[in-house]
Design a protein around this ligand. Structure first.
Ligand SMILES: [Zn+2]
Length: 215
């Protein structure tokens, strides 16, 4: 499954900076992924700058924190582009870039906060540090207009019908995400990952990047 990038640019000749990571559609749970260790198989990927195939270039260990605060070490493969002379980390789609928590956990916290719950009780329910949940919420709140614009543009690029939003703020961002995911599912007629993995895939993992502008 290949999803277009959220900026909609495609083709070999486009000029893009070299991202540090590529998100690939991973059907595994974090636990299944961790269980595979260094034997994890990553489908062939292409360079996000020049679209040429990447070759294997080792990898590195990192941590992922899943539901119920389960922390596991996972092997992240790297790809090498001989043309661009760059390596790129190949992150499974259950992650956002620069975040240790699986995106389904982050998404659950965002849904609860958007529905009006405070970040402290959310953190208690998810067994997470309050500062972590507060950071996610602040990040998505600060970038909500940009995130919303990008998701609406994506949704209408898949299906030009107007997107109806009933809420505002972060809740509207999540509405737009659901619409973009559903329209893509209908158009591709295929099985898509959950909407959080979908968001990571179309944003190159940067939807909630802590120190970069959202795409
Ligand atoms: Zn390249």
């Amino acid at each position: 499954m290949t999803l277009p990038a959220m900026d909609g640019r495609e083709g070999r000749n486009r000029v893009t900076p070299h991202p540090m990571a590529i998100i690939w559609p991973c059907p595994l749970t974090p636990s299944s992924y961790a269980w595979a260790g260094k034997q994890i198989i990553v489908p062939s990927q292409v360079c996000s700058a020049c679209q040429r195939p990447l070759s294997g270039w080792g990898g590195y260990w990192r941590w992922v924190r899943s539901e119920h605060r389960l922390e596991q070490r996972i092997w992240i493969r790297r790809g090498w582009c001989a043309c661009c002379q760059h390596t790129q980390a190949l992150l499974p789609s259950f992650l956002f870039a620069h975040r240790i928590d699986a995106n389904v956990v982050i998404g659950s916290a965002l849904e609860q906060a958007a529905a009006g719950s405070g970040t402290r009780p959310i953190a208690q329910r998810l067994e997470l540090p309050h500062t972590t949940v507060r950071d996610w919420w602040r990040r998505v709140t600060a970038t909500a207009p940009l995130l919303l614009a990008a998701l609406l543009a994506y949704a209408t690029s898949v299906d030009p019908a107007p997107v109806t939003l009933l809420m505002d703020g972060v809740a509207a961002v999540l509405e737009a995400l659901a619409q973009a995911c559903e329209r893509t599912r209908q158009r591709l007629g295929t099985r898509l990952p959950d909407c959080w993995a979908f968001w990571s895939l179309i944003s190159g993992g940067l939807a909630l990047a802590p120190h970069t502008s959202p795409p």
